[in-house]
Design a protein around this ligand. Sequence first.
Ligand code: UD1
Length: 415
Amino acid sequence: MDKIVINGGKPLHGNVQISGAKNAALPVLASALLTAGTNTFHNIPDLMDIKTIKNLLISMGAAIEGEETIKISVDKIINPTASYDLVKTMRASILVLGPLVARAGTARVSLPGGCAIGARPVNLHLKALEDMGAHVELNNGYIEARAKKLKGAEIYFDLTTVTGTENIMMAATLAQGTTILNNAAREPEVVNLADVLKSMGAKITGAGTDVITIEGVTSLKPAEAEIIPDRIEAGTFMIAAGMTGGEINVLGCNAHHLDALINKLRDTGMKIAPMKNGLKVSAGKKINSVDVKTLPYPGFATDLQAQIMAYMAIGSGLSVISETVFENRFMHVSELLRMGADIVIQGGNAIVRGVPKLHGAQTMATDLRASASLVLAGLAAEGTTEISRVYHIDRGYQTIEKKFSALGADIKRVK
Ligand code: UD1
C-alpha cells in the first residue's frame, strides 16, 4: 500500500491550480441518469471517488468516455442497482437513488451503513421520496424504492442534508407537479447541480437559498456544463500556506465560496488578497489562535475542520473547535497528538492548546479530510512524517503530493 513521506519545515511558494469539485462532480454525473442522449461535463477531477461513480453508472447502463471532460449517455437503464461493494467505499453512491426512481420507476441501493465520521443515516432522503409517493422498503440491507410516477410534494428536511437535497431535487425534476424543498442545503455544489439540471430543461428556482422549488417536467434533454472549483481543496492549500510560513497563489478557485474560511484565516493573521483568477495567500508573522464552529454553508465547512485543527495545533494560544455537523469527526486528533499536538476532546468540542512545533511521526489516514490534516501537519512539522493508508486521500485530492511538491514541499509517495 502507498505511503506519503514528508520532510517538513519548508515554506510553500508558487502557484497551485485547483481542480474541479468532487462533491459537485458526483451529483452532476449521477444526474446523467435522468436523460437519454449524450451529456458533456467539463472540469471533472481525477479522483478515486469519480472512478467509483463512473463504475456504478456503467453497471447501470451508462456509456462513458473521457477524464477531465466526460461524455456520458444513459440511453436505457439496464440495472437500477447500487451494490454494497460500491456504496460501502463511497457513501455518495446514494445519489443515484433519486434519479433512478424518477426515470426507471425503481431502484435498489445498498444502505450505506456506518463510516469513520459517524452514523450518517439517509432517513431524510427516504422520507422525502415517500412524501413524493414512492414505496420504500428495506430488504437485506438494500433500499428498494418504487414509484410509477413521483408526485410533487412539500418537503421539510429536519436537518440540512447536502446529498439529500441533491437527491430529491434530481427526483423532483421528473415528478408530476411541483416540489418545494424546505430547509434545503445552500452549498455551492447544490447550485452547480441545479444549474446543470436547468440546462437539461428542468424548472428549478431558489437553489442557493433554503427553499428550492422544482416544477416537474415530462422529460429532460442532455446538457453541456462545467464543474465548479473544489473549495475544500483550495482551503486545504490556503491553510498549508499559513502553517508553513509561505506565500502561494491559489488559482482557479472561487473566493466567494471560501468566505467563511477567508474570514477565519485573516483573524489568524494571514493575508489573503484577490488576484486575477484566484487568491494570493500569505502566512502572518504569528499564528493567532481562533475558535471555529462547523455549520452548513455558508458557515465554516466541516470538510475543513480537520485541516484548521492542524493549523491551530501550532497557534499561539487556545482554540476551541466545535463540530456540529457530524458526531465523531475527530479521528485525526489521536494522530495529531502523536506529532506533539496538545488537544483534548470534550463532546463535540476540541480544545486545542497551540504548541511551538509539531514533530514528524508515523501516522495513519483514517478518512479523507483527516488525512489532509496529517499532510498539513507533516508539511509544518520538524522532521519526517509518514502517512499510511493514502487511498483515503486519493478519494478526494488530485495528485496531492505533486501539487505540494511543485510549491517547494519535500513530499513523495512511496509504494
Ligand atoms: C456531504 C458531503 C460531505 C460533507 C457533508 C456536510 C458530498 C458527496 N459529501 O455529505 O463531504 O462533509 O455534506 O457538508 O457532497 N443526516 C441525517 N439523515 C439523513 C441525511 C443526513 O441524519 O438522511 C445528518 C448526517 O448524519 C449529518 C448531517 O445530517 O449529521 C449532514 O449530513 P449531509 O449534509 O447529508 O452529508 P452528506 O450529504 O452525506
